[in-house]
Design a protein around this ligand. Structure first.
Ligand code: NAD
Length: 241
């Protein structure tokens, strides 16, 4: 069966994505050829993005974070837009994402489980006041709250736990899906990568440029660009064909 036929027959699609979903919006992923992990840093990115590093080297953390993790000028690509259309058309239950860039919501998606948090939420560790990503981008050195407290991005750093309610919602969506599309993820970051195991539906589809550990278990594997693949499919909205 082609992807188009699968999508046509599905009523409860869940999309599970990673950094590769946003590369066509100009945001580098971590593990591709031109990904962040192939660039040379004195301290590896997985260390700089750890909770320990945030608290022990806050200024260095923010220098890296501001430089590499705040793509505020990026906009949704064809993949983000098509998923939002499928949700409006009543075909898609939810997007579960490992991304922190907020591009699914920018495209109009409503039910988005952000497993690793969002750059768009930042909060004071002392009083809990929230700040925008713009505030973090424009602050110099270490951003502080009006109360003097340290501001932390609401992203899950290495060494931190995923939010329990977000995990529950994501797993319930995946477990009730008839089709699960896994895309743009190397499936190497746990526990998120293990979420796919909760799928009980009919069609497990993988759209990823490179091979992944899931390839052998899928009903359809497309080693292509997710924006190009989804962009070709119908939106299933009568006024937007
Ligand atoms: P990853 O970098 O480990 O893997 C990305 C995968 O996407 C690769 O296998 C690559 O082949 C594939 N890919 C790249 N561009 C693609 C495209 N256009 N179409 C299809 N496939 C494409 O990413 P990961 O598995 O998501 O794990 C990295 C962690 O870092 C995650 O938590 C991730 O969300 C986070 N991260 C987030 C962003 C973001 O928010 N945009 C960016 C970088 C990293």
């Amino acid at each position: 069966m082609t992807l188009r036929e699968i999508i046509e027959r599905s009523r409860k699609i869940v999309f599970f994505g990673g950094a590769g979903v946003s590369t066509e919006s100009g945001i580098p992923d971590f593990r591709s050829e031109d990904g962040l992990y192939r660039q040379k840093y004195d301290v590896p990115p997985e260390v700089m993005l750890s909770s320990t590093y945030f608290y022990s080297h806050t200024a260095e953390f923010y220098r890296f974070y501001r430089d590499k993790m705040l793509p505020l000028s990026a906009s949704p690509n064809a993949a983000h837009k098509k998923l939002a259309a499928w949700e409006r058309a009543g075909k898609l239950l939810a997007v579960v994402t490992q991304n922190i860039d907020g591009l699914h919501q920018a495209a109009g998606s409503k039910r988005v489980y952000e497993l690793h948090g969002s750059i768009h939420r930042n909060y004071c560790l002392a009083c809990g006041k929230f700040y925008s990503a713009q505030y973090i981008a424009e602050s110099s050195a270490v951003p502080h709250c009006s109360c003097g407290g340290l501001i932390k991005p609401d992203v899950v750093l290495y060494g931190e736990q995923l939010d329990a309610l977000t995990v529950q919602g994501a797993l319930e969506a995946i477990a009730s899906a008839d089709t699960l599309i896994v895309a743009g993820t190397s499936l190497t970051v746990y526990p998120a990568a293990g979420f796919v195991e909760y799928f009980r539906g009919k069609h497990l589809v993988l759209i990823n440029r490179d091979a992944t550990p899931l390839d052998g278990k899928c009903s359809l594997v497309l080693h292509q660009k997710v924006g190009e693949v989804l962009g070709e499919l119908p939106s299933f909205l009568p006024d937007e064909e």
